[in-house]
Structures are given as structure tokens and as C-alpha cells.
Write a protein that binds this ligand. Structure first.
Ligand code: NAD
Length: 336
């Protein structure tokens, strides 16, 4: 049995990843370290709580003593690092926690991994040979695109928000631990995820919740900001492939080739709600434009050909199929 440390699993993506991973592999025990900030909810992992190959530990990735103790006790043979402050709007209001968690927290974790796994730079201890640190990052580190072009792994970093800048900083630390110390690292940079268990504050749950409550559906600016949407389980499958088959020190972009404006997303969700929860007028009547987010990036789009070509990844879900399941899931959640 291999123990792996997976951070931040009470959040959106981690809580989709854990059940997928436990089901697929029976030779891993997952230790989930999560601080349970406002964004973490153990309800998201109820289906795993009695699984003997899953253990939850409440704690902060910035707490070096705790992290060293966990590495000592569990002798992790890998780390998959999701934990982060993840909401751009919050990073505009309070950037400092983003620097602390995303930059310093990532450094604390990877430095503890280095200390536990290596005798000296480029020399793994025998018992930790093959141990890998996989850092989960975002396409937002690349900045904003014009009407054409895609982000590839060689696109220069140009983060624009305190969130993306803190993620870019964490990516750079991970990169440096590979180059300087020979740590086996992987970075995956993914586009916007959608699916079950996402926090209420994010775009898709916000649209659905306000629609169902008869409130205005707030859309930033002119609604024409474009994101590349990926169903969360397709992201999890990409992480699994990169963790197991990726080449050490490499970065892989993961994205769905599903570009949509925010207004198209709102329209699509309203059309689905018009079908499954009809009322006298369309939910589209509730769409309302609000003052734009400061520094709002215009367009993100991922070129996923490296992970597709080298690791055989492909998205199983189309946006049209994934968004229906997603809306149905939140309709049930908000009906409770
Ligand atoms: P989330 O905000 O839903 O969850 C984050 C989790 O991290 C929460 O459970 C929270 O309690 C935990 N956490 C926060 N600070 C912590 C700390 N100091 N110590 C321990 N745990 C802490 O985030 P998410 O959407 O699931 O994103 C997970 C990762 O994926 C992040 O690194 C994010 O940057 C990246 N990512 C997200 C998306 C997306 O569309 N959601 C896209 C690309 C990359």
C-alpha cells in the first residue's frame, strides 16, 4: 500500500478526485490534509469517510511542524497538491492570504518533501525512489488572450490577478525544486472546471442558484469574457495520467476545447432550467449585467495537444452533456 498526501480535498476538484482515485486504484491510501476554510466542506467527501484507504487530517499546509510530522509518520510516496485559495474576486479584496497559502504553503510542502525524500540534491533515499510532487495549477498564469491563439506549455507567464500571480509564484517554486534539487515534479495547468460540488461563490452555481431563487443573475461587464470549460472528472483523469505517466519536471496543460462567453454559459443554463423547471417566463429574463471585475481577463483557451499526444488524455465529456448533469445536480442541491 502506498500512502499519498493529497491536499485540499474538501474543496471542489479534490472532492471529485478522491472517490475517482480510490475506486480506480486499490494500492493507494489517501491522506487528505485540508484546513477546512470557508471553501472546504467534508460533506463533499461523505462517500469516502468509511473507506479504510482514506484518512482526513485537518491542518494548514503552511504549518511546517505538522507537515514534517505527517511526512515522518506516513512516509508519503507522492503528493498531489490541490489546496489553495482559488477565487479571483476574493484575491482582489484580500490578496495577502493568497500569497500566504498559495506561495508559502506550496513552498512549505515541497520543502518538507525534499527533506523527507532526498539525501542530497539529485539523490533520492532508497525507500523514496520514484516519489513525486504533483502541483495543480491553472491556465490563468498565462494571462489573457486576444481573439485568437491558445496557451501552450511554452507560453510565457503573465499573470494578471493576485490569484493568478500567487499560482504563478507557486509554479515557479515547484519548477525550481526540480532544477535545483532534482525533485521529481509535475505541474498541470488546467482551464476552468465545472461540475458537482463546486462552491456557491463560483460562476455556474451562482447562475443556477439565483435563477432558481427568482433573483437577478449577475453577469460581469458585457458578458463576453471567454473561458475554456472542462468537466471536473476530465480534469481528474488528466491529473491521474500526468501523476502516473508524466515525465518528471514537465508541465502539462489540460483544457476542454470548449470556449464559451459568460453570457453563453448563462443562456445555456437558463435553457436547461426552462426545460427541467419551467415557469411562465424564461429564466433568461433574470440575466442582469453588473460592474465588471477589476482587471478582468478577456479570454483563456488551452492547447492540450501535449497531454493528448504524449499521455493519451482526452476529454470524455462534451460541454453540452456535462452541463446538463451539472445543472441537474445543483437543482437537487438547492431544492434541499
Ligand atoms: P476550492 O477553493 O474549491 O478548494 C480549495 C481547498 O483547499 C478547500 O477545501 C480549502 O479548505 C483548502 N485549503 C485552503 N487553504 C488551505 C490551507 N492553508 N491548508 C490546507 N487546506 C487549505 O478550490 P478548487 O476549485 O477545488 O481548486 C483546487 C486547485 O485547482 C487549486 O489549486 C486551484 O488553483 C486549481 N485549479 C482550479 C480550477 C477551477 O476551475 N476550479 C481550474 C484550474 C486549476
Amino acid at each position: 500500500m502506498k500512502n499519498i498526501l493529497v491536499t485540499g480535498c474538501a474543496g471542489f476538484i479534490g472532492s471529485n478526485f478522491v472517490p475517482y482515485f480510490l475506486e480506480k486504484y486499490d494500492n493507494y491510501k489517501i491522506i487528505n490534509l485540508d484546513l477546512l476554510t470557508y471553501a472546504g466542506n467534508l460533506e463533499n467527501l461523505r462517500e469516502c469517510e468509511n473507506n479504510p484507504r482514506y484518512k482526513f487530517i485537518k491542518g494548514d499546509i503552511c504549518d511546517r511542524n505538522l507537515i514534517d510530522e505527517l511526512f515522518g509518520e506516513f512516509k508519503f510516496s507522492g503528493v498531489i497538491h490541490f489546496a489553495a485559495e482559488s477565487h479571483v474576486d476574493n484575491s482582489i479584496k484580500n490578496p495577502s492570504v493568497f500569497v500566504k497559502t498559495n506561495v508559502l504553503g506550496t513552498h512549505t510542502l515541497i520543502d518538507a518533501a525534499k527533506k523527507c525524500w532526498l539525501d542530497e540534491p539529485f539523490k533520492y533515499k532508497d525507500e523514496f525512489r520514484g516519489a513525486r510532487f504533483h502541483h495543480i495549477s491553472t491556465d490563468e498564469v498565462y494571462g489573457s488572450l486576444g481573439e485568437s491563439g491558445y496557451f501552450s506549455e511554452t507560453t510565457p507567464y503573465a499573470p494578471n490577478s493576485p490569484y493568478s500571480a500567487s499560482k504563478a509564484g507557486s509554479d515557479m517554486i515547484v519548477r525550481s525544486y526540480h532544477h535545483t534539487f532534482g525533485l521529481d515534479t509535475i505541474i498541470t495547468n488546467c482551464s476552468n472546471n465545472y461540475g458537482f460540488k463546486q462552491h456557491d461563490e463560483k460562476l455556474i452555481p451562482t447562475i443556477i442558484r439565483n435563477a432558481l431563487n427568482g433573483n437577478k443573475i449577475p453577469i460581469y461587464g458585457d458578458g463576453k469574457n471567454i473561458r475554456d470549460w472542462l468537466f471536473v472528472l476530465d480534469h481528474c483523469k488528466g491529473i491521474d495520467l500526468a501523476f502516473h505517466k508524466g515525465k518528471g519536471g514537465e508541465t502539462y496543460n489540460i483544457g476542454g476545447r470548449n470556449e464559451r462567453t459568460n453570457l453563453q454559459i448563462a443562456h445555456k443554463i437558463c435553457e436547461i432550467l426552462d426545460e427541467i423547471c419551467p415557469k411562465s417566463v424564461s429564466y433568461k429574463e433574470q440575466i442582469s449585467f453588473v460592474k465588471d471585475r477589476a482587471g478582468h481577463d478577456r479570454r483563456y483557451a488551452i492547447d492540450a495537444s501535449k497531454i493528448e499526444g504524449e499521455l493519451g488524455w482526452k476529454a470524455d465529456e462534451t460541454f453540452d452533456s456535462g452541463i446538463i448533469k451539472t445543472v441537474e445536480w445543483y437543482v437537487k442541491k438547492y431544492a434541499k
